[in-house]
Design a binder for this molecule. Structure first.
Ligand code: NAD
Length: 474
């Protein structure tokens, strides 16, 4: 069985105590690889390597760091197909999605921050007393912890700005989908990326994740994952006065107004509900529909959901693969059972597929109000609810119900309403007549229980640097 080691100091390494964890193929439910079951000792080795590499890496001209990131991006692009296959096998996502969206996005992340390294500038303030300017220095050794839903895309979204800004990194991918990060470590070694600059330590959250978060010489931590783990990390990092960026869960509203061109946009609305089997933090899982079109919209959505092909991620016409793990499958199935017990009408789906692997049918539920657990808790699967609304005030109240505040999409032809809602909805990202329109320069992140801080563009470069003000009397 294939073994996936750590990559520390430019070399493949087994876990310090020789332990391995099984990695499963979600389409069969069977293990197909093993990943290093890392320990605090492995994190210590990675920190030592990152510290040793820091002086030379942070002293490189920006253009040289950019060149390395660009070189890594090119090497990844040359192997795009292998990486797409690995991503699809690990996470059960349709190969087409990995090939056309997610691995290309990982390449773009590396390229984008290669450019950012050379474009990043700091401020100066010329006043009566003199001149103030801001130095922005790298933080040192930083930690990144990423989830399983967009494995390489989110892994690179963190390491690229950290490296571009001159830090060295200890990065932990999810133990559930460790394959492509390992391949990236191998690729970095193959192209001669300086040793110790990017260290990848695998393993479980409570062992390796917590060792990274609590390590006194790791200066900052960028985390994407669940709200529960984000809060735990904040609890460890806060008393250490460690800088943290937390990108957490969501329960995003999709607002469909009667005046919208919803029939034309139905493809995108369906994608926003079910892409990657609903396992994207930005998916719209609460669809709010103006009452005048409710019945027509509901029937059209159900018809589309029933037509989505669920099956082997490798098949090119499959739109939904399996859920990522047995534990996540159990959670989603339990959430559907809970929706039934809360009085929801399951309009389509609602069951697992009768085959090996962790497949769940696309599921649409209505008949539930904003206060039930189904509409408050993140499910993170191919499960959406529908709620009707009568006017703008009710639409806004429904959109803002609950504690999350990550993303929202608004579908309307009324420009004033669109801008008013964009301003009043409690979410870090709002899309009008579109979904998942990403520009890597924009601030990315959520409010409330969806997180703390922003990633993307200059926000990420600022996060990974320490500002220092210098005042000169003139
Ligand atoms: P998770 O919180 O279980 O795990 C995320 C990462 O944290 C994994 O690498 C895991 O090993 C590690 N981890 C677990 N326990 C830890 C601990 N005690 N200390 C340190 N690290 C620990 O999340 P998941 O199930 O992998 O991912 C799904 C979640 O991620 C969903 O809630 C989703 O909304 C969220 N997410 C958010 C965004 C965003 O940008 N806001 C993007 C993608 C996913």
């Amino acid at each position: 069985m294939r073994q996936l080691p750590h990559w520390i100091d430019g070399k493949a390494r087994d876990a310090a105590d020789g332990g391995w964890l099984e990695v499963f193929d979600p389409a069969t439910g069977k293990p197909f690889a093993q990943v290093a079951d890392g320990t605090a000792q492995d994190v210590e080795a990675a920190v030592a390597a990152a510290e040793a590499a820091l002086p030379a890496w942070s002293a490189l001209p920006d253009t040289e760091r950019a060149r390395w990131l660009e070189k890594l991006a090119q090497a990844l692009e040359d192997r795009l197909d292998d990486f797409a296959h690995a991503e699809s096998k690990d996470g059960g996502k349709p190969l087409k999605l990995a090939r056309e969206v997610e691995i290309p996005r990982a390449i773009s992340n590396l390229r984008f921050f290669a450019h950012a390294a050379t474009q990043f500038a700091s401020e100066s303030h010329h006043g009566q007393a003199g001149l103030n300017y801001t130095l922005r220095r790298p933080l040192g050794v930083v930690g990144t912890i990423s989830p399983w839903n967009l494995p390489l895309y989110l892994f690179t979204w963190k390491i690229a700005p950290a490296l571009a800004a001159g830090n060295t990194v200890v990065a932990k991918p999810s133990e559930i989908t460790p394959q492509t990060a390992t391949m990236l470590g191998e690729l970095a070694a193959q192209i001669g990326f300086p040793n110790g600059v990017l260290n990848i330590v695998h393993g479980l959250g409570p062992k390796v994740g917590e060792a990274i978060v609590g390590h006194p010489r790791i200066k900052a931590l960028s985390f994407t994952g669940s709200t529960a783990v984000g809060k735990r990390i904040a609890g460890v990092a806060a008393p250490m006065l460690k800088k943290v960026s937390l990108e957490l869960g969501g329960k995003n509203p999709t607002l469909v107004f009667a005046d919208s061109a919803w029939q034309e946009h139905l493809d995108t609305i369906v994608r926003s509900a079910f892409q990657n089997s609903g396992q994207i933090c930005l998916c719209g899982s609460r669809i709010l529909v103006e009452r005048g079109i409710y019945a027509r919209f509901r029937d059209a959505l159900v018809e589309r959901a029933l037509a989505l092909k669920v099956g082997d991620p490798i098949d090119s016409d499959v739109r939904l693969g399996p859920l990522v793990s047995q534990a996540h499958f159990d959670k989603v199935i339990a959430a559907i059972a809970r929706a039934r017990s809360e009085g929801g009408n399951v309009l389509c789906g609602g069951n697992a597929l009768d085959r090996p692997g962790w497949f769940v049918q696309p599921t649409v539920i209505d008949g539930l109000g904003p206060d039930c657990a189904t509409n408050l808790d993140e499910i993170f699967g191919p499960v959406v609810t529908l709620q009707p609304f009568d006017d703008d005030a009710q639409a806004l109240a429904l959109a803002n119900a609950g504690e999350y505040g990550l993303a929202a999409s608004i579908w309307t032809r009324d420009l004033n309403r669109a801008h008013r809602f964009a301003s009043e909805i409690r979410a870090g990202i709002v899309w009008i007549n579109t979904w998942l329109m990403r520009d890597l320069r924009t601030p990315f992140g959520g409010m409330g229980q969806s997180g703390l801080g922003r990633e993307g563009g200059l926000e990420a470069m600022r996060f990974f640097t320490e500002p220092k003000n210098v005042g000169i009397a003139l």
